[in-house]
Design a protein around this ligand. Sequence first.
Ligand SMILES: *Cc1c(COP(=O)(O)O)cnc(C)c1O
Length: 483
Amino acid sequence: MKLIFEKSVEGRQGFGIPQSDVGPQEGIPEKYKREKPACFPEASELDIVRHFTDLAHKNFSIDTHFYPLGSCTMKYNPKFADVVTQIPGFANLHPLLPQLTKGETLSQGAIEVLYETEQWLCEMTGMDHFTMQPLAGAHGELTGVMMMAAYHKAKGNQKTHIIVPDSSHGTNPATAAIAGYNIVAVPSDENGVMNMEELAKRITDETAGLMLTCPNTHGIFNSNIDKIAKMIHAVDGIMYYDGANLNAILGRCRPGDIGFDVIHINVHKTFATPHGGGGPGAGPVGVTKKLEPYLPISRVVKHENGQFGLDYDYPHSIGYVAPFYGNFGIILRAYAYMLMLGQEGLKQTSNHAVLNANYIKERLKEHYALAYDHICMHESVFSASLQAQRGVHAIDIAKFLIDKNIHPPTIYFPLTVKEAIMIEPTETESKETLDEFIETMIEADSLSKTDPDSFHNCPQSTPINRPDEVKAAKEMNTNYFAS
Ligand SMILES: *Cc1c(COP(=O)(O)O)cnc(C)c1O
């Protein structure tokens, strides 16, 4: 298997950026240059302000509405976390600043933030090392699976496939495929976790590893996890923990202690910075000693004199996965968030995330079919199957909620549940907000009995009501002036 990112330790301090003396204009062939100035639309400042303010008001965001998007952890992002990123020493930091100049420390503070975040994430997850480089959850997965591949290559293992449960997040099989592995899926059992017999049948000497969310996308913690880890390790497979949403287990359970070898965390879901909207994220990856030699470069080090630096001299590293320090601003927000909450506060996070999800589950289960009626973790999965018999499907309920100023939960995922409605309230919502949501969901159920047709006109409060979603995805037109 060929690793996707070639190593390059030349260039400026090994940042992997091709160095060139050619200015921006010079390298461009004549035929690509503009002949006359670009024709930009002209408008007054006031018109521009109104235009953008109007657009901002059309935006459904966590700052304006409840956003119970399952598996996405759309929690409130405290404003102080943004304020921290505006501190001039951080905001004006250039990625190419020398780490040290004549004993002065230029980027020491930033590297120290990375160093401390690594230490804290190790403590929280039971891993031995972390890299802050990956720029999103999926990017962290790819980094982790590339390390898995490097491990097997170094050991001369012939591995062909990665095992995932049928409830897995789509990025897991996608990552395994991009890294060149075949994907072997395991069906869920009646409790919503991987069927152990079916798993056993699929583990062979060619198993490179297993990728798992735990609690999974059914919101259920797999109590067989230690057995599963033993089975995978018996064939020298790697246990991959998809820790995108860590707020169910924060301060209570460490993936490293229950047999996992590698984990990515979406700090943009678990700590600060809401997910979604395609904004920046960060997906730090932690590993146990087994995978440590393969971590990407640069790696953050603390020298004996107490100073911090970035080090590139790791011959077995999988190489570069991101430039500079990764998405530093997102790591910084997570750092500030952890610092504010402290150990006890982070534990409270998981208390509230799980309590809120169970509160909604208990109050709604008379009205909506539950996929699995257990105590759930940070999210629970309902099915609109009863409402669908009346002609009101999960998508209709989602559109109805928009008119009630509530962002729809995740629908039609996980794929294992028909008419799935996956609700994740997060720890940052008040009981009043949860009650309002619950009442609205009950109202939708009642309306599905008395006036099912009314759903098909929803939403009415938005600029566009029901776009052809397939067409919108395939023929995206984001040009404001062309419309
Ligand atoms: C969000 C999520 C991912 C992917 O994270 P991105 O930052 O969107 O790439 C992976 N796995 C799970 C379980 C997730 O919820």
